[in-house]
Design a protein around this ligand. Structure first.
Ligand code: ZN
Length: 451
């Protein structure tokens, strides 16, 4: 029987991986990831601030939720924006299949659900999996005003069946071709589809009349639970490791930091932010490309009575670590990786570099993360894409451009990025928590020019 996350394994590193598994299971959609981060931060003393209300002027631990995004910070224990911000950013969304507004369809005696592909999905990884549904639903309240409800159904409701090899004889020799419009339509029952089936399904599950369903952001998720993998259990197999691993690590890091002693003689404000919509470019009202983070940081500075000049000085004294998945060297495709920048699992966090600034890392950011790594007693690895392959990107360059602060892209090595089920080393989540904790309390973001 495969080990699962409910059966603990000795060793502190593995405990963190098991806890990451629980975080991932609690977070099938970005909205659930935000809710789980808020729940954990609440246990660490963070209280939720309403963006539309008055801003708290007392020092403390606070967070703001906007859709599937969360920003949390601490100004207690002598922490002040006068010493700048130490920001760790990550994203709550993962590539998946999302239910269309008029999804009821079918063919050949099957009832099917129309879906749209969200982000850079490895389409084949969604075939022949038992899928549940989750997300949020807008419902007309009893007073007629709309309200949002979190929704999840962890039952095998959907499946995108593969075509039998007998009907596609060249699939292994010539490759699998999948048309997202024609070939990725999940079936979810038999019989004739009728207009309104999905709305009635949601209404039934939410125990409201069907006429009160106003809209939804609902998506499919694989039901296979996270598992420690290998004879030595040295690997973690799970959905959404990109990028719930980083959300989990940053949540645990800021919780551990504020639980410890405050900085002596004042220190920077630790900030963690988890953005939705990274997988589709970050340009949304709650994405890393929005005004959300700059606005919140400015309000934090204002609450500390910094004037406009003080706000700009605080930004200049700040640094950001953009936390997102990195590619481990694939043992069956070693040639796809840059020979001098091989990356291994369970060998430490990975600093990601790109000369064309698809990653924000530069020598200044590298120096900052190196000093955090020394304090955390973790080794670092370095990733560069091959010169003959295009490079991916993340929120690092986006936040760097919005704020104008030093940013470094760092992540945990993984395989199967953007698959419905990904994999990473079981010891790496603990190393990442340690690194992020030290980054959040770096006393200085300055790397002075030598005389
Ligand atoms: Zn990512």
């Amino acid at each position: 029987m495969a080990p699962d996350v409910t059966s603990p394994t000795p060793g502190t590193g593995r405990e963190v991986a098991l806890d990451l598994g629980r975080f991932i299971t609690a977070s099938p959609s970005p909205f659930h990831a935000a809710a789980e981060a808020v729940r954990r931060l609440g246990e660490a003393g963070f209280t939720t601030v309403d963006e539309a209300g008055p801003w708290p002027t007392d020092d403390g631990r606070y967070l703001v939720v906007r859709g599937g995004s969360v920003v949390a910070w601490a100004t207690d224990g002598g922490r002040s924006p006068v010493s700048g911000f130490r920001v760790v950013g990550a994203h709550t969304d993962s590539p998946n299949l999302r239910v269309r507004p008029r999804p009821d369809t079918g063919a050949a005696g099957f009832r099917q659900l129309g879906v749209e592909v969200y982000g850079g999905v490895l389409l084949n990884s969604w075939l022949d999996r038992d899928l549940g549904l989750s997300g949020r639903v807008a419902v007309a309240g009893t007073d007629g005003r709309p309200e949002l409800r979190l929704f999840r159904a962890d039952e095998p409701l959907l499946r995108v069946p593969q075509l039998a090899i007998h009907l596609d004889r060249t699939v292994n020799s010539e490759g699998l071709r999948l048309d997202p419009q024609a070939h990725m339509v999940p079936l979810w029952g038999t019989g004739r589809a009728e207009e309104g089936d999905f709305a009635r399904f949601l209404a039934d599950r939410l125990d409201v009349p069907a006429g009160r369903i106003l809209g939804w952001d609902v998506m499919a998720h694989d039901l296979t639970p996270p598992a420690l993998l290998g004879t030595d259990r040295s690997l973690l197999a799970a959905p959404r490791i990109d990028n719930l691993l980083s959300c989990h690590a940053a949540t645990e890091a800021i919780a551990a930091l504020v639980d410890g002693p405050g900085p002596e003689g004042g220190g920077p404000v630790p900030v963690v932010c988890f953005f939705d919509h990274e997988e589709v470019g970050s340009e949304s009202a709650s994405g890393a490309g929005s005004s959300m983070l700059p606005t919140l940081l400015e309000r934090i500075a204002g609450a500390a009575s910094l004037d406009r000049d003080g706000w700009f000085a605080a930004l200049a004294a700040s640094a950001c670590l953009s936390a997102d998945g990195a590619h481990a060297t694939h043992p069956n495709h070693v040639g796809r990786h840059e020979p001098n920048h091989q990356v291994a699992v369970n060998a430490g966090p990975v600093v990601k570099h790109n000369a064309n600034v698809r990653y924000a890392t530069d020598a200044v950011g590298e120096a900052l993360v190196a000093s955090a790594a020394v304090a955390a007693h973790v080794p670092l690895q370095h990733f560069v894409t091959r010169g003959d392959l295009p490079c991916g990107s993340t929120i690092g360059p986006v936040t760097a451009a919005r704020l104008g602060i030093t940013t470094v892209d760092v992540g945990v090595a993984q395989l199967s990025m953007h698959s419905a089920r990904e994999m990473c080393g079981a010891d790496d989540p603990a190393s990442f928590v340690a690194l992020l904790t030290e980054f959040l309390r770096l006393p200085s973001a300055a790397v002075p020019v030598a005389p």
